[in-house]
Design a protein around this ligand. Structure first.
Ligand SMILES: [Zn+2]
Length: 148
């Protein structure tokens, strides 16, 4: 093994380092670097229930201050709430832009998200620029839901 080439990156974007015989190594002898760093700091191996979270979301930023050791369930909470927040925020923006007259395609390119996502969101929000039944008496557009 040439340890100069002992650094690799997996499909999920995590940096892996070759660490022969390490208890936390996967079958191929590689250990995720963020887990290795926290394990070395604590002086013990991490269990499967322990997750090392990258605080700033950058999986290659393995500075100690960016790493946080938490449980699997805490981790799920962090990521679900972020996703939920993003979803709500996008729905709000999509709604405004759509009612302003922008097409699903241009909204998608503005927000750098898929066109289908935008169109599904518009559909779920129940907003339409053409359907008069979705306007109130003052002619203002109304939506069935505030978020999608
Ligand atoms: Zn995380």
């Amino acid at each position: 093994m040439n340890y100069k080439n002992g650094i690799s990156k997996n499909k999920e974007g995590y940096i892996l380092v070759y660490f022969k015989g390490h208890p936390m190594a996967r079958g191929n002898g590689y250990v995720p670097l963020h887990r290795l760093i926290v394990s070395l700091l604590l002086g013990r191996n991490l269990t499967r229930e322990e997750i090392v979270h990258h605080k700033n979301g950058n999986k290659t930023d393995n500075r100690i201050e960016n790493l946080e050791l938490i449980t699997k369930s805490q981790h799920a909470l962090i990521h679900n709430s972020t996703r939920e927040y993003k979803h709500k925020a996008n729905a709000k923006i999509i709604r405004k832009l759509y009612l302003q007259g922008y097409s699903g395609r241009s909204i998608a390119s503005m927000l750098n998200i898929g066109k289908t996502t935008v169109l599904n969101c518009i559909k779920k929000l129940g907003i339409s620029r053409n359907n008069m039944s979705l306007r109130d008496k003052q002619g203002k557009f109304i939506s069935r839901k505030e978020v999608c």
